[in-house]
Design a protein around this ligand. Structure first.
Ligand SMILES: [Zn+2]
Length: 64
């Protein structure tokens, strides 16, 4: 008989910022986005959000 380790049926997702894998049930999932993204915690979410806001804000006044 093969001894198989019984893993709990947990789906892991990668954090959008640090790529750390976390159980989906524990991941932070912001809903106000066009697509689904996961974060290992609110710290990564805040950092991602600030970068996103900064990127969006660069539309004005940039360019040749
Ligand atoms: Zn993270």
């Amino acid at each position: 008989m093969t001894t198989a380790v019984e893993l709990p049926d947990v789906e892991y997702v990668a954090c959008e910022m640090c790529l750390k894998e976390v159980p989906r049930s524990e991941a932070a999932v912001p809903e106000a986005t066009d697509y689904v993204v996961y974060f290992c915690g609110l710290d990564c979410y805040q950092e991602w959000k600030s970068q996103r806001d900064k990127a969006n804000g660069q539309d004005k006044g940039s360019g040749p």
